[in-house]
Design a protein around this ligand. Sequence first.
Ligand code: NAD
Length: 256
Amino acid sequence: MSVATVSSQIRVGVIGANGRMGEESCAAIQDAEDLSLVARVGRQDSLAELVDHGAEVAVDFTHPDSVMRNVEFCMDAGIHAVVGTTGIDENRLTALRRRLGPEPASGVIIAPNFSIGALLLMRFCEAAARHYESVEVIDSHHPAKVDAPSGTATRAAELIARAREAAGVGSAPDGTKVALPGARGALVEGVPVHSLRMQGIVGRTEVVFGTQGETLTVSHDSLERSSFMPGVLAAVRAIPDRPGLTLDLDFLLDLP
Ligand code: NAD
């Protein structure tokens, strides 16, 4: 697909354009005056469409099995990549850093959740982590979600674990001696994460902290996929000035 663009517009292609997040992204990009949607790449299409239509930035909402190949294609073609697809673990990040090299020409922004509330949840949880002995995460999503735990829950657990370690907080107390497999959740850097897959839910991340005589629950609900779009568009606008790998969107938050 090719459309006329105004020269100051950023030319954007969407990979996974026929999926739930891809469709939402295409609509949001089309509505933005400073952006131009130049390519919609579906599963049957060639990534070369991005090059053919002069995309400067690609937005990827595909599948954990596809995303690495897509991002590597973009890097090699000099196209910046804004990646919302989840399932990018430390090994994959290391591979991307290596491929980008010491003086990267293109930028890659990877965020497991583009909504402002999820970013704030992570910051609040990092701040709370050192003050509580116990912490567990509950990840609730729609039943069509292919990966568990969610990228948001995994990232929150990683950040909490690192904040606890930095503050010298030991392992959470847990006297369990007998348990069915999975009963205590999956451990992400030592933090238990429990995944619910439930009709009627878009996405909810809940972090429960506990210490002597009190608990603190920090939770975030995604009610509509439109909540991700301000973050996606902000990342598209920012990426031409951010060569290399950027994780999360904290740089967009005006927080101390
Ligand atoms: P979906 O299944 O509705 O859409 C994925 C689409 O990608 C499908 O149309 C599929 O055919 C297509 N696809 C797969 N491989 C492809 C390839 N190589 N080239 C082109 N298209 C390809 O899924 P969804 O709900 O849109 O979610 C997509 C991803 O985004 C998931 O990993 C999900 O966890 C993640 N997600 C991230 C955020 C965020 O804020 N970062 C928010 C919601 C979902």
